[in-house]
Design a binder for this molecule. Sequence first.
Ligand code: DX5
Ligand code: ZN
Length: 218
Amino acid sequence: MANRIHPSVLNANLASLDGEIRRIPSSAGIHIDVMDNHFVPNLTLGLPVVECLRNNHRDAFLDVHLMIENADVHAPAYAELGCESVTFHLEASHAPIRTARQIRSLGSRASIGLRPQTPIEPLGDIITEFDMVLIMTVDPGFGGQKFLDGMLGKIRRTREIVKNSGQEIWIQVDGGVSESTIEQVADAGADVFVAGSAVFRADDPDAMVRSLKDLADA
Ligand code: DX5
Ligand code: ZN
């Protein structure tokens, strides 16, 4: 599948979200980081704000990344809102298969997130329940952290597992993706690239998204 760039609005001006989203190409997915101050030590936004974004950006691909506890309880509500993709963390779920099936039955793509220290291998047995795997390449919670080079091997192993599954499952990488790291991330096998500070701290976010896409495609 073609590479996709999903700017994370975590590093945008959160008090002017609508305007910030208009600064990136409409073809880009919008990565929305939902945090609850428990799963990660930060608090961002939740269902009511995502609902407003859905109403204001009908044609956008909304990629919700839930960094919250009790994912099985909360994740399906984001699918009900009509978000195109809902990621919940394996570490926050007691019933990942049931939750993924619920998300899919509501018409959204189901995605499973892994912290840097969570191995990919145990997921191999259930990976076909998901449309995407999110590999964190920083500790979740904050933008602007340095990419963890040690994750490149995990991305490669994930690509291998996805290949062996015979299904088209997207591999998303989140954390420290920039013009200087995206090529090696693409080379390792990722195809969905989250970029927060690289995009929203750039003078021209639209041009930065295009540049990241070109580098990923190269
Ligand atoms: C961090 C979030 C990321 C964050 C990435 O926990 O999941 O989506 O916004 O920010 P950068 O690209 O600056 O590392
Ligand atoms: Zn994220």
